[in-house]
Design a protein around this ligand. Structure first.
Ligand SMILES: [Zn+2]
Length: 253
């Protein structure tokens, strides 16, 4: 198993990366140790995906806890234990809410077009960081500012859609394919995808001579070329796309 493989179990049933089983085992041990030190009587952890309950101690000393806590630090776990044991300060409660806002998946749309989006802080890459590093490449601030998030890891028949830019009722939204939230994907690749989608917002599509809408216009390419590692990122994407597709199908649930 390669080095990154030890840290990551690739993608869970929801299509987002999960820490490796070893890492989750460590987190479970830590959760129980902290919970016990706050007087919570539990000796088993059960991971839940219920959006309304972050954690509760159930029957048979089982601690039910939301899957987003697989991404928690020791400090986050201590705050959770204080909230559960009724010992939370106002500051703890604020930080508890912050944690949920930072990690809880969001749902967009209804029915067939329903999308589950992970907030920008990935397991390995932070889309907010990438966005902030890129803004100086623009002459003026983004207005309106796009919302950022990860879409579930997905590959298509003709390759991988690395990112998308779309308009939603709440404003522009940039999504990056969670297949890139992996430690073997360099920062400059995530940055390039983010930059490409920023360019879609900054450079509007044109109607070509045949009347067809053109998005990757010359004007678009000119702005996209402002990203200093464009060539390097495009090369990485071309070289790695088939490996990422193979990996995706090999681990398909
Ligand atoms: Zn594009």
């Amino acid at each position: 198993m390669s080095e990154w493989g030890k840290q990551l179990d690739l993608f869970g049933a929801d299509g987002f990366p999960e820490p490796s089983r070893d890492r989750i085992g460590e987190i479970e041990a830590e959760i129980l140790r902290i919970a016990n030190s706050y007087g919570l009587d539990a000796d088993t952890v059960r991971w839940k995906n219920n959006r309304r309950v972050m954690a509760s101690v159930g029957k048979n000393r089982v601690l039910n806890i939301h899957k987003i806590y697989q991404r928690a630090t020791s400090a986050d776990l201590k705050i959770l234990a204080r909230v559960m044991s009724g010992r939370a300060s106002n500051r703890d409660r604020d930080r508890f809410q912050d944690f949920i806002e930072t990690y809880l998946p969001r749902e967009l749309g209804k029915g067939k077009s329903r999308l589950v989006i992970m907030p920008s802080r990935g397991l390995f890459h932070d889309l907010d960081d990438a966005y902030r590093r890129l803004l100086p490449l623009l002459n003026e601030p983004m207005d309106p500012e796009p919302k950022l998030g990860w879409s579930a890891a997905r590959v298509g028949a003709r390759g991988i859609t690395w990112g998308t830019h779309r308009d939603t009722p709440e404003g522009p939204l940039i999504l990056v394919n969670a297949i890139l939230d992996s430690p073997d994907v360099p920062n400059f690749v995530v940055e390039h995808i983010m930059w490409h989608e920023i360019c879609h917002q900054v450079v509007p599509p044109e109607n070509g001579s045949s009347g067809r809408r053109k998005v990757h216009t010359d004007a678009f390419k000119k702005v996209e070329a402002c990203y200093p590692r464009l060539k390097q990122a495009e090369k990485w994407e071309q070289d790695q796309v088939s490996r990422l597709i193979r990996r995706h199908y090999r681990h398909k649930w």
